[in-house]
Design a protein. Structure first.
Length: 202
């Protein structure tokens, strides 16, 4: 005789299996086998924008991807690399940017903490707004979740205003609907007023 109880508890689905072996009829109280617990982890899809304009930016992005794989989750897709002039403060080197898609079991808050820790480990500082950056790791989307807290806003509030975000994002997911604006990525790109040139390099 076999039976189970299934419980759904975010972010895990816990399934308890309880098994009873066959015993001779004269054993009225057979010992019970242990309960086995299996955790089915629900993976989330996270879109990150990576950017760098200090040192060997291509190598910086490669190192960031390696650290993200180690600390956050598996990279399932990634865009080409794109070169663009700095946004906001133009008196600095051009940026190399890329969008990647990552599967993770982490919460949004822990994902943010991990991304900030990776930035810090690579020498990222935050002293002046729009300053040159050895690495920048921004969360664009976290599943289709809308998050508005003191430390984290998702979707990223400036996706629709920046060509260097929309161009690599459109390469990966042109038909994805922005969960807050209710428009596709491609539609947002077509109507974006940002005229900075974004050049595909790899």
């Amino acid at each position: 005789m076999y039976g189970y109880i299934s419980l759904n508890i975010e972010p895990f689905e816990c399934i308890y299996y309880q098994a009873y072996p066959a015993y001779p009829a004269y054993l009225s109280f057979p010992p019970q086998l242990p309960i086995f617990t299996f955790l089915k982890i629900q993976m989330k899809k996270v879109y990150f924008l990576l950017g760098s304009n200090m040192g060997d930016s291509t190598a910086q992005l490669a190192l960031a991807r390696k650290k993200i794989t180690q600390k956050i989750g598996k990279i399932t897709r990634m865009s080409s690399l794109y070169k663009t002039a700095a946004w906001g403060n133009t008196q600095q080197p051009d940026f190399i940017n890329q969008v990647i898609i990552v599967e993770t079991h982490l919460s949004p808050e822990t994902t943010l903490e991990s991304a900030l820790a990776i930035e810090s480990s690579m020498g990222r500082t935050r002293l002046v707004k729009n300053e040159p950056r050895v690495i920048d790791i921004d969360i664009l989307f976290f599943n289709k979740t809308i998050i508005e807290t003191q430390n984290l806003i998702v979707p990223h509030p400036f996706i629709q205003e920046r060509n260097f975000v929309l161009t690599p994002l459109n390469e990966l997911s042109p038909k994805m609907i922005h969960p807050k604006l209710k428009e596709t990525v491609n539609a947002l790109k077509q109507k974006c007023a940002d005229k900075l040139t974004v050049t595909k390099i790899v």
